[in-house]
Design a protein around this ligand. Structure first.
Ligand SMILES: Cc1cc2nc3c(=O)[nH]c(=O)nc-3n(C[C@H](O)[C@H](O)[C@H](O)COP(=O)(O)O)c2cc1C
Length: 326
């Protein structure tokens, strides 16, 4: 067995292999490609991703990183109400319409950031949109960029971009030529098979994949006999989509050698561990923060640590992809 001399992790690994009865102290640190995080649980895009004060609070409450609301080149108002409601039986349906203050305004807001690992999420229709936005963040501490190729309810951005492999190729190549900061592609379920979108992003040099976004869905009010959301269609999130998201992470990690962040319906430490076992090196929480508020980050961190102690794992990495073993 080979190991790097002197590193805490490799020594612990060696001990645990040679002496299974020796208990090692687990660490929540994780690497998602070049992205190093102290904790694997992140805030998903669009959920409380609005101010530096909130980001600091989330970080102190156990979030390893926060993903911002998806930003556009100009401020967007989003759709008229109703834009979100809780679904009977679990989960949320939303069509907020990507309302955001625009990249330039948001960049000014996070410029003072020193401490919080911030992942900036962006939407755009052409490569130049992303290039412009990255320039706005030149003076900010940005841990990674997440390209939203998967919002299911806004025209000409999100899923409509993710469904066009040629455009994905151009956007990823342009962004990778514009910045040295790691770049993540967030994929979802559209009309083009998401594995094709992942494949195109990987070939074009993407550093990691987030899977998945909300799933396009709708609901109708039987009294008014009209769709509930003003936009008619929205995105389903929360516990109902967890098995779908888990399946996607497993399929991506079985087909591509690319770091993965799991997202979709995760609300407990058991859910988080399932995603690690399927192949994710980190996870994001969206609806669970709405359901359980911000205590959920440390609840999940603590549960993961207890599980690692029980199984005698010292690193998250030891768990990643174990469910794929035949
Ligand atoms: C109200 C709301 C707004 C969202 N806005 C964004 C967004 O701006 N960009 C994005 O990539 N995903 C957005 N999402 C999707 C979430 O980041 C996440 O992918 C999805 O909700 C699945 O995770 P969950 O089941 O843990 O909520 C939003 C979700 C909700 C519920």
């Amino acid at each position: 067995m080979t190991f790097k001399k002197g590193t805490r992790t490799s020594n612990q690994l060696l001990y645990s292999k040679l002496c299974p009865l020796i208990k090692v102290e687990p660490s929540l640190e994780t690497s998602i490609g070049q992205i190093q995080l102290k904790r694997p649980v992140m805030l998903a895009s669009g959920i409380l991703g609005i101010s530096l004060d909130v980001f600091n609070r989330l970080h102190r409450s156990g979030a390893g990183a926060v993903v911002t609301k998806s930003l556009s080149t100009e401020p967007w108002d989003g759709y008229p109400n109703p834009t979100i409601f809780s679904v009977k039986g679990g989960g949320w349906m939303n069509a907020v319409g990507l309302s955001n203050p625009g990249a330039a305004n948001f960049a000014k807001m996070i410029e003072p950031n020193k401490d919080v690992p911030i992942i900036v999420s962006m939407v755009g229709s052409i490569p130049e949109d992303f290039e412009l936005m990255i320039k706005e963040f030149e003076n900010c501490k940005v841990t990674a960029y997440e390209l939203n190729l998967s919002c299911p309810h806004v025209a000409k951005v999100g899923l409509e971009v993710g469904d066009d492999p040629e455009l994905v190729k151009k956007i990823v190549s342009t962004v990778k030529n514009t910045t040295d900061v790691p770049v993540i592609a967030k994929v979802g379920l559209g009309t083009t098979h998401y594995l094709k979108t992942v494949g195109t992003a990987v070939e074009s040099g993407i550093d990691a994949i987030t899977a998945i976004n909300t799933v396009r869905a709708m609901a109708i009010d039987v009294e008014t006999q009209r769709p509930i959301l003003s936009n008619k269609f929205g995105g389903l999130s929360g516990t109902p989509i967890k098995p779908i998201a888990l399946r996607c992470v497993y399929e991506i990690s079985s087909k591509y050698d690319i770091p993965i962040i799991g997202c979709g319906g995760i609300s407990t430490w058991e859910d988080a561990v399932e995603f690690f076992l399927a192949g994710a090196s980190g996870i994001q929480l969206g609806s669970a923060v709405g359901d359980n508020w911000i205590g959920v980050f440390n609840e999940i961190n603590d549960g993961i640590l207890q599980y690692m102690k029980k199984k005698n794992y010292s690193t998250i990495k030891e768990m990643v992809g174990l469910a794929k073993k035949s």
